[in-house]
Structure formats: structure tokens, C-alpha cells
Design a protein around this ligand. Structure first.
Ligand code: PRP
Length: 186
């Protein structure tokens, strides 16, 4: 029998929905009269992006990038790779990057620098969750959903070894079981 890590809800689907609505309100006001390009960072942002854009009454466009620095482990390698690049030219566009989480800040800092070189008209950053206690490089967040503790979280796009992204709530993974699961995945 495969051992399943124990999960405890940290942020409920109702709290997420309320926060997504708040963020959409802020973004909608700030981008009024504009045609922003929202760039989601795969895979983690897919659910947040889907919920966010459905609440934005703007003539927006959507694109995605896929970056990787974690591989299958839980510690960042510190080296970010572009696994799948942008399909949309961003020169002169109002760009809003959408993430599920900022941890060390290494991924988003790399991406914002990468995008800045392409000369967008403006470049802002929205993240559903932030784990500031883990920060290794400074990051400026324009739209923030939740500040979360330095615990392993899954659900609503966030994974543990590619599992649990589909959960509608954001959950804490029990420490003890996580150790077991990570040993099994090696
Ligand atoms: C996660 C998350 C961010 C990044 C944050 O992505 O979606 O992109 O880690 O970590 P950092 O601030 O320490 O750089 P991950 O590489 O796990 O890929 P995923 O989105 O496919 O889960």
C-alpha cells in the first residue's frame, strides 16, 4: 500500500475565492482602459490564473511560461531554466505576471529580469501566496493574496512531487508523512 501524506487545510476554497475577487478588483481598477497581457508561470499558477481572469472585465490576453528550478526536489537548485517560452511579443505591452507562490524569490526575480529586457510598457507581479521567511533575493509584489508560514503547502495548483495540484483548498503537508513520502520518491 502506498503511504499518503496527511493534509490539513490551511486556506479554504471560500477564503481563496474571496481573495481572488479582491485581487481582481484591484487589478481591474489599475488596468482600466488597458489591454494587459497576463503571463502565468506554469505549472503552479494554472488554477489561480483561471479563476483570476474569469473575474476580470478587461480586454486582456493570456500567455504562459514554464520555468524550472526545483526539479523533483523541494529545495531550489538556484538555477532557473526556461522550459517553455512566451508565444506573445511583449514589447510595449502592459504585462502582469501571475504566480502561485514566492519562496526564495529566485524564480520570479529571474523571470522579471528576463521580461524587462523585452521592454514591456509596464511590468507588474501578482502572486496568490508569499513565504517571506524563505526569501533569498528581494522581490517587489504588486498584488498579494496570502502570506503563508514556512511550511510545505499543496493544493490549488501547488504540488508535492507533482501530486495534489487539483485540490480546491490550500493544505499543509504533515511533516512526518512528508519525510516518508520524500524518501519513497528518491
Ligand atoms: C514553484 C512556484 C514558483 C517557484 C517559487 O514552481 O510555482 O514558480 O517554485 O520558488 P522560488 O521563489 O524559491 O523560486 P516549481 O519550480 O515548483 O514548478 P511548478 O510551478 O511546476 O510547481
Amino acid at each position: 500500500m502506498v503511504s499518503q501524506p496527511q493534509l490539513k487545510i490551511l486556506i479554504t476554497r471560500e477564503e481563496i475565492a474571496k481573495t481572488v475577487a479582491r485581487l481582481a478588483g484591484e487589478i481591474g481598477r489599475d488596468y482600466h482602459g488597458k489591454q494587459p497581457l497576463l503571463i502565468g508561470v506554469l505549472k503552479g499558477s494554472f488554477m489561480f490564473m483561471a479563476d483570476l481572469v474569469r473575474q476580470l472585465d478587461l480586454p486582456l490576453e493570456v500567455d504562459f511560461v514554464r520555468l524550472s528550478s526545483y526539479g523533483a526536489g523541494k529545495e531550489t537548485s538556484g538555477k532557473v531554466r526556461v522550459v517553455q517560452g512566451l508565444k506573445t511579443p511583449i514589447k510595449g505591452r502592459d504585462v502582469l505576471v501571475v504566480e502561485d507562490i514566492v519562496d526564495t524569490g529566485i524564480t520570479i526575480s529571474f523571470l522579471l529580469n528576463y521580461l524587462k529586457k523585452k521592454k514591456p510598457a509596464s511590468l507588474k507581479f501578482c502572486t496568490l501566496t508569499d513565504k517571506p521567511s524563505r526569501r533569498r533575493v528581494p522581490v517587489s509584489i504588486d498584488y498579494l493574496g496570502f502570506t503563508v508560514p514556512d511550511k510545505f503547502i499543496v493544493g490549488y495548483g501547488l504540488d508535492f512531487d507533482e501530486k495534489f495540484r487539483h485540490l480546491p483548498d490550500i493544505c499543509l503537508v504533515s511533516e512526518e508523512r512528508k519525510e516518508i513520502a520524500s524518501l519513497r520518491s528518491q
